[in-house]
Design a protein around this ligand. Structure first.
Ligand code: ZN
Length: 166
């Protein structure tokens, strides 16, 4: 696989990242585990702002990136709530406000849920992504860049260590 000197459209990039919110609070980082995140650029494996913002960056480069909600997890939608009967949850689940969980929709896609309130048998659930409406602040180090294989292009994700193993 051909190594590249800078991130190009459709390449495979390996990065270390630290993610903070607008107040500087740490949300996520992969710098401690020692393994970079490996992704195929331009297919939505990472948020849009990072997908776009990494193009042209060089190997070993460190850079910071502000990503607005519309290029991250979208605006917070106050109407993205639903009321579901308590019986939809496992009998042993600790149903209480503040509980986060992941459900599946009819298509089998995972849908985030946050319990907002409970009235009798009715549980009100907020389906916004936990980072919806947030401006993200990334600190990125580019750990590796290479051309994508034709398999990776077809599958729409990176393969190998840090990517999909299959
Ligand atoms: Zn694959």
């Amino acid at each position: 696989m051909t190594k590249l000197k800078e991130v190009t459209s459709g390449c495979v990039a390996a990065i270390y990242y630290t993610l903070r919110d607008a107040d500087g609070q740490l949300l996520d980082t992969n710098r401690k585990g020692g393994k970079p995140l490996v992704f195929l650029q331009g297919v939505g494996q990472v948020v849009a702002g990072l997908d776009k913002g990494i193009v042209g960056r060089k190997r070993d480069e460190f850079f910071e990136l502000e990503v607005a909600p519309e290029d991250a997890y979208g605006a917070h939608n106050p109407e993205a709530t639903s009321k579901v009967p308590r019986s939809m949850f496992p009998a042993d689940a600790a149903i209480e406000p503040g509980l986060r969980f992941t459900a599946r929709d009819e298509q089998g896609r995972s849908v985030p849920g946050l319990i907002v309130s409970i009235e009798g048998d009715q549980v009100t659930v907020d389906h916004n992504h936990p980072l919806a409406g947030k401006t993200l602040h990334f600190e990125i180090t580019v750990a590796g860049i290479r051309e994508a294989t034709s398999d990776e292009q077809q599958h729409g994700h990176a393969h190998g260590p840090g990517g999909h193993e299959h």
